[in-house]
Design a binder for this molecule. Structure first.
Ligand code: F6R
Length: 616
């Protein structure tokens, strides 16, 4: 939540910073602001609303030329999303400007202290206290902004990324991080700081991951990283594996449409290099040894939102293939219920952004209890992978649209790889069985491609139901989490009531919601092998229809058993039951995206949301 950019070098800082903010806007869009150092003074511009509002302001009230600057795009926590609360916040003497991501938990106490010292606080934010504290600290440490930052950070509680500039040190940008993300971009004669690499990827792919409780001081020629205590810190450098074009719309109207279309490639990339010559899995990056994997007697998946739905799907495969009991839990609930954990528990933390505070806190809790943590992540360079015992990257490429699409499919695939690897190492499945399942997985990119070729009628359906008051989704087995995901997509994009249910639960209450013309989307599994779940869901469709609701049925090619009860049918290519979520989710993503477009909503940046949820 909140996007942060800092630049120092030879270019016009404002251009770099605004371009970076454009790429980070998915992290929050309640307000945007910039500050630059020009001569011996600071200049700031900030505006409530999206970055476009700030750009209009910059057009009518331009900033002077400067080669040092910072910028912020906000997801409001403390204080309403208005101009005054927008970052940067500036010290009373106008010398120091600060931007912040996170929550400073002891801000009320610090605010009271500053007020008692006669400081006039003008905003409702927790951030502003940092600007005043830095201004107070600076003269005590000879005007050294980095040292002032270290001292101030030691007084702060909570999660924060802070970036500051000082008009008295014009070629310097100082950043600090605890729990919230901050990455350095190393350029030639210029350096960058940002919440994620997409902000500076157009200029450099060489990045440095900042550790916990570290301060970085950037000049055009140097990058100095220390701990909050001033000790030199070890840095971890990495090269970003994608380039700027991956973070562009590439001809699509929205990032979401592009990311939906990228799913075949994304799933192929999750599998790439992980299947060895004999068709068995080789997960070289798995830092857990075979002995440790054999000791596992329970798996707990922790995640939020869409990633949680991926975990719910994975549970079916994990238990089926490995026979290890598996629980799936919302990360935000996990550590507050005193879960039973020990060394034999493998906790799988799923997070696209690797920044989700709920997931980070849950996995820390698991590690404190001695459990091993395996992270399934997409983004490089943050705390969740660093604090895990093992990491499996999904390699989905940057996901910019706030609503998750390709991350979801690749998370399911990555979880399946973990399950199969466990089955392989522990001998729960014969080698030929593993090879056969991996072949099924390897066929999926092509099938997702086929699915995408046939979604035009789904768009028409979405437009036809644009005035519906509510949409229900039902499914059984892995179709149930697919239903939950379909409903979540519709809620977050189309801002309408949508709910997913286990189809069998319908008659235990939710059936009362059914009324004439209410659209109900039903996810039907493969009929092959006389599946009992298939038979049961066909009955459920009839129950829904009998009450006047309108049935939109997602069923396999050639499954005619559903035809008499379906008002509309969306066909998915034939595939085994456990693979079907990788296909059945796609039309639901398209449905939500099209519905939101028809309603005139911003598909990439739905209201009230942010891509990275870095506060609990
Ligand atoms: C919904 C969505 C969210 C995220 C959730 C977890 O479309 O994107 O529900 O899935 O906030 O995010 P990560 O995976 O970054 O931890």
């Amino acid at each position: 939540m909140c996007g942060i950019v800092g630049y120092v070098g030879e270019k016009q800082a404002l251009t770099v910073v605004v371009e970076g903010l454009r790429r980070l806007e998915y992290r929050g869009y309640d307000s945007a602001g910039v500050a630059v150092v020009c001569g011996d003074r600071l200049e700031t511009r900030k505006k409530a609303g999206k970055l476009a509002n700030l750009e209009v302001l910059l057009g009518s009230d331009p900033l002077p030329a400067s080669t040092t600057g910072i910028g912020h795009t906000r997801w409001a926590t403390h204080g309403a999303p208005n101009d005054v609360n927008a970052h940067p916040h500036v010290s009373e003497d106008g010398r120091i400007a600060v931007i912040h991501n996170g929550i400073i938990e002891n801000f009320a106490e610090l605010r009271a202290e500053l007020a008692a010292d006669g400081v006039l606080l003008t905003s409702e934010t927790d951030t502003e206290v940092v600007a005043h504290l830095l201004a107070a600290q600076s003269p005590l440490v000879g005007g050294d902004l980095a040292e002032a930052m270290r001292q101030v950070c030691r007084r702060l509680e909570g999660a924060f990324t802070l970036v500051a500039i000082d008009s008295e040190q014009p070629n310097l940008v100082v950043g600090a991080r605890r729990n919230s993300p901050l990455v350095v971009g190393r350029g030639e004669g210029e350096n960058f700081l940002a919440s994620d690499v997409s902000a500076f990827i157009a200029y450099t792919r060489e990045a440095i991951e900042l550790g916990q409780d570290q301060v970085v001081a950037l000049t055009p020629e140097s990058i100095v990283v220390t701990t909050f205590d001033g000790e030199p810190a070890e840095i971890s450098e990495f090269t970003v594996t994608w380039d700027a074009s991956a973070a562009e719309k590439g001809g699509y109207d929205t990032f979401m449409l592009k990311e939906i279309a990228e799913q075949p490639r994304a799933v192929a990339d999750t599998l790439r290099g992980r299947i060895g010559r004999e068709g068995l899995l080789q997960l070289d990056e798995m830092r857990l040894g075979d002995v440790e994997l054999r000791e596992i007697d329970k798996i707990i998946i922790i995640a939020c939102g869409t990633a949680y739905h991926a975990g719910l799907i994975a549970k079916y495969a994990i238990e089926h293939w490995t026979r290890i009991p598996c629980e799936v839990e919302l990360a935000s609930e996990f550590r507050y219920r005193d879960p039973i954990l020990d060394r034999q528990t493998l906790v799988v933390a799923i997070s696209q952004s690797v920044e989700t505070m709920d997931t980070l806190m849950a996995m820390r809790h698991a590690r404190e209890q001695g459990s091993r943590v395996l992270a399934i992540c997409n983004t490089q360079g943050s705390t969740i992978p660093r604090e895990s015992d093992a990491v499996l990257y999904t390699h989905a490429g940057p996901e910019v649209a706030v609503a998750s699409t390709k991350a979801f499919l690749t998370q399911v695939v990555a979880c399946y790889l973990v399950a199969l690897y466990l089955a392989q190492v522990r001998g729960n499945k014969f080698g030929d069985e593993i090879v056969a399942i991996l072949r099924q997985l390897s066929d999926m990119p092509q099938k997702i491609d086929l699915m995408l070729d046939t979604v035009e009628p789904v768009r028409e359906l979405a437009r036809a139901f644009v005035h519906a008051r509510s949409v229900l989704f039902i499914g059984r087995h892995v179709g149930y989490p697919v239903a939950l995901e379909g409903a979540l997509k519709l809620k977050e994009l189309a801002y309408m009531h949508a709910e997913g249910f286990a189809a069998g639960e319908l008659k235990h209450g939710p059936i009362a919601l059914l009324e004439e013309g209410l659209p109900v989307i039903v996810v039907v599994p493969s009929p092959r092998g006389r599946s009992v779940i298939h038979e049961k869901i066909v009955s459920n469709i009839q129950e829904v229809r009998a009450r006047g609701a309108l049935t939109i049925v997602i069923a396999e090619e050639g499954d005619e058993s559903v035809t008499p009860y379906a008002d509309h049918i969306i066909r998915v290519p034939e595939c085994p039951t456990l693979m079907q979520p990788l296909l059945a989710t796609v039309p639901l993503q398209v449905f939500a995206c099209e519905m939101a477009t028809a309603k005139g909503h911003d598909v990439d940046q739905p209201r009230n949301l942010a891509k990275s949820v870095t506060v609990e």
